[in-house]
Design a protein around this ligand. Structure first.
Ligand SMILES: [Zn+2]
Length: 276
């Protein structure tokens, strides 16, 4: 299975030094939306979607007030749909989308692929479609799934994978793609593992935001740390999961893990995939 690492959105929040750990306070930081495009035997598979065409057309409705904090660049060429076309592939061949969670910077592209099956943890679908708390009511943007996706929700039970529980057998997907429940950022957040010829890729979504979070001596720029904490549904669980990811990183060199938002990780993995 060929895997492409796509940048399906760029966000440039204020105070670069507090977000990236370098540069000035008056400069803009840079966060990306790291999306995987998998050329699987039965069609194309996306892992997360980043921002979509409709988000760019109507950011006020689709993204809401938080867009002023995130400062997306709204680049039409960065949507998954545009990049799939640029690769000479057909967006209609996207049969499956596997989601880490339904926050607006991950789910915006769903409506560009209305025929795809959308795989996610049932708790995440529940939190987004019928939010149990005020915080969850304000974080999700129902306009992003007003088209009525073909949802495939899963209970978080399954078999072990590298010391984590996982859900394999996703409806219609090969066994090389699996959901790894990692709740904390949201109620039903998951990582997505993809087995390739070069080993496993683990898309950690927003289980961590900065490559230093999973370094042997963890460190994260203070502004980004604050944002991680403020946006977490369960911060303690998120901290526990970051410790487990650090252990995985040292114990399993065949697993390449990455965050949805770290531009340095995305650049390195995209270059490696192009060279392969
Ligand atoms: Zn995110």
């Amino acid at each position: 299975m060929r895997v492409h690492h796509l940048r399906c959105g760029t966000m440039c929040p204020f105070a670069r030094r507090l977000i990236t750990g370098e540069g000035g306070l008056l400069e803009r930081g840079e966060l990306v939306c790291h999306v995987l495009l998998v050329e699987a035997p039965g069609g194309l598979v996306l892992v997360d979607t980043g921002f979509g065409t409709d988000d760019l057309r109507d950011p006020a409705t689709r993204l809401g007030p938080v867009r002023h904090l995130l400062q997306p660049t709204y680049a039409p060429a960065e949507t998954a749909r545009a990049q799939i076309e640029a690769l000479g592939l057909d967006p209609a061949d996207v049969r499956h989308i596997v989601l880490t969670h339904l926050d607006l910077d991950h789910a915006g592209g769903l409506s560009d692929f209305p025929a795809a099956r959308v795989h996610l943890l049932a708790d995440e679908q529940g939190a987004a479609l019928a939010p149990p708390t005020a915080a969850e009511r304000s974080r999700y943007r129902s306009a992003q799934w007003a088209h009525g996706p073909d949802w495939r929700p899963y209970a978080p039970k399954g078999e072990p994978w590298k010391g984590f529980a996982c859900v394999r057998d996703l409806d219609g997907l090969p066994p090389e793609i699996l959901l790894v429940p990692l709740t904390g950022h949201t109620r039903g957040h998951a990582a997505v593992a993809v087995e390739t010829e070069g080993g496993w890729l683990l898309h950690c979504g927003d289980a961590y935001f900065f490559r230093g979070d999973v370094a042997p001596r963890p460190w994260c720029p203070p502004g980004l740390r604050l944002f991680q904490r403020a946006s977490a549904w369960d911060w303690e669980r998120m901290v526990e999961n970051q410790a487990r990811l650090r252990e995985l990183r040292s114990a399993a060199p065949d697993v390449q893990l990455f965050s949805a938002h770290d531009p340095v990780e995305l650049a390195a993995l995209a270059a490696r995939a192009r060279a392969a």
